[in-house]
Write a protein that binds this ligand. Structure first.
Ligand SMILES: Nc1ncnc2c1ncn2[C@@H]1O[C@H](COP(=O)(O)OP(=O)(O)OP(=O)(O)O)[C@@H](O)[C@H]1O
Ligand SMILES: [Mg+2]
Length: 466
């Protein structure tokens, strides 16, 4: 129990370091511009931590201010969510609004997003708890492994590997020549890592092949029940000693943990720190030109209301209150407008932030600055073939220029345009790289013009291939 406090205070300490400024710095490493959205998210995160510091009665009064991110396609909405997820170490799920159906229809109901969140929280807590008991578990695992190596565990199987070397005859009693201690030492020094050993492991769950859509939860529950009916069904496996140690350590660690404790903590974290990111929210707004299924979409919106407002969802780990879960919704709202959402839902996302359409200036930065910038990706990819790419400033500028023009002339797909442009630009090199070992290719304005100039001129053609 006290270790629970320790884990929680670690989480809070970590969240304390995530000042709004720092969150923005971290996001800046991947997402260019869109300051307003980053700021809103950073503040909302900080408010979670602040709330946690309040006395109990007041704490319950402070509801999270849910955020709606509105911005054209390819402007960084999903990217912000993805980077946020890596950063916060709190339970986080990203879901697509379009995946859900109204309660009563076949499909996933919106409450399942809360179940997913708790599942994620459970996974996190369990991982932390496993880490805490790892050392102890490893001790037990080593003992067990030595048993297997000595053949104590299952006398009916013969020598697990040609070790100990001494005896030529395979008569059982000669086996344990090595004393346990010696074997243990060898094991710890990693000298046995590559030997093969047969171990017995507890089969994990009961695999079920068919999962009708919308029945995942039912399947989970059924799985739990079946597991209860057939506890500890064992399976034999031959593996390398090194791998065996991992498997057994994991198994011993799980024996040391109390699933109820994990569940309790997972729920606490999901309720108080959880974030649900609902992407493509505009796709369930009703007024879309001639697209059917309006009734059901509105139904999904209605189903969302209690979740966002605060309700209790039953999960396999126990009931979860959603009052303090932070919801961030995002959508391009090309066809529908936020005002096409039912009013009650609009009101539940009080913070609106707009992401700007990206232009050449941002494209230049997106191409070069982020840790995962496209130019870097292609450079590294081709380096594996011994082909070296060098992008000059004017080359980058031309790529950004063409991307912008194409967005204007055809469809504005934001930074995604950079992906199609880069792929086309480097197509020939990507194809021939294996025969180009040792070459350096300079991607300057001339190179870019030669590859893309004509294509971009020909709008009709560009529509299809860029
Ligand atoms: N502001 C940005 N900074 C850096 N990269 C960006 C930015 N915006 C978009 N990108 C790049 O474009 C890709 C698509 O962006 P993202 O998935 O965030 O679009 P979106 O805004 O969610 O669009 P949609 O409405 O179509 O879902 C990202 O993978 C990323 O590489
Ligand atoms: Mg998106």
């Amino acid at each position: 129990m006290e270790s629970r406090e320790k884990r929680l205070s670690q989480l809070e300490k970590y969240l304390e370091t995530l000042t709004p400024k720092r969150v923005i710095e971290e996001l800046n490493r991947y997402v260019i511009g869109q300051e307003e959205a980053k700021k809103a998210v950073a503040i909302a995160l900080r408010n979670r931590w602040r709330r946690q510091k309040l006395p109990g009665d007041l704490r319950n009064e402070v509801a999270p201010k849910n955020i709606m991110m509105i911005g054209p396609t390819g402007s960084g909405k999903t990217e912000i969510a993805r980077r946020l997820a890596q950063l916060i170490k709190a339970p986080f799920v990203k879901v697509e609004a379009t995946k859900y159906t109204e309660v009563g229809y076949v499909g996933r109901d919106v409450e399942s997003m809360v179940r997913d969140l708790v599942e994620e929280a459970y996974r996190m807590v369990k991982k932390e708890m496993v880490a805490q008991v790892k050392e102890r578990a490893r001790g037990f695992a080593e003992e067990r492994l030595v048993d297997y190596l000595l053949g104590n565990h299952s006398p009916e199987i013969s020598l697990p590997f040609p070790f100990p070397l001494g005896g030529k005859e395979k008569t059982q009693p000669q086996i344990p020549k090595y004393k346990r201690e010696e074997l243990l030492e060898k094991l710890r020094r990693g000298e046995l890592d590559n030997e093969i050993v047969e171990i017995e492991i507890t089969a994990k769950g009961i695999p079920m092949v068919m999962t009708p859509p919308g029945m995942e939860d039912f399947q989970n529950q059924l799985g739990e029940i079946l597991k209860g009916l057939f506890p500890g069904s064992k399976k034999r496996r031959k593996v390398k000693v090194k791998e065996a140690l991992e498997i057994l350590t994991q198994e011993e660690a799980e024996k040391l943990l109390d699933p109820n404790e994990i569940a309790g903590e997972a729920i606490y974290r999901a309720e108080n720190f959880g974030i649900i990111f609902i992407d493509e929210i505009d796709k369930i707004a009703i007024k879309q030109h001639g697209v059917g299924g309006g009734v059901s979409r509105e139904g999904v919106q209605r189903d969302l209301l209690p979740l966002v407002e605060g309700t209790t969802v039953s999960t396999k780990y126990g009931p979860v209150k959603t009052d303090h879960i932070l919801f961030i919704a995002a959508g391009a709202f090309h066809l529908a407008k936020p005002s096409d959402l039912i009013p009650e839902l609009q009101g539940r996302f009080p913070i609106r932030v707009e992401l700007k359409p990206l232009t050449k200036r941002e494209f230049i930065r997106i191409l070069t600055e982020p840790k995962n910038a496209l130019t870097r990706q292609y450079r590294e990819l081709l380096k594996t073939e011994g082909v070296y790419l060098e992008f000059t400033d004017d080359g980058i500028e031309r790529i950004a220029h063409y991307a912008e023009i194409l967005n204007e002339k055809t469809e504005n797909i934001g930074a995604r345009r950079l992906h199609t442009v880069m792929e086309k630009l480097l197509e020939d090199i990507l194809f021939s790289a294996p025969e180009m070992k040792g070459q350096t290719i300079i991607v300057d304005a001339k190179f870019v013009d030669a590859k893309l100039g004509d294509l971009v001129e020909d709008t009709e053609l560009a529509k299809y291939i860029l």
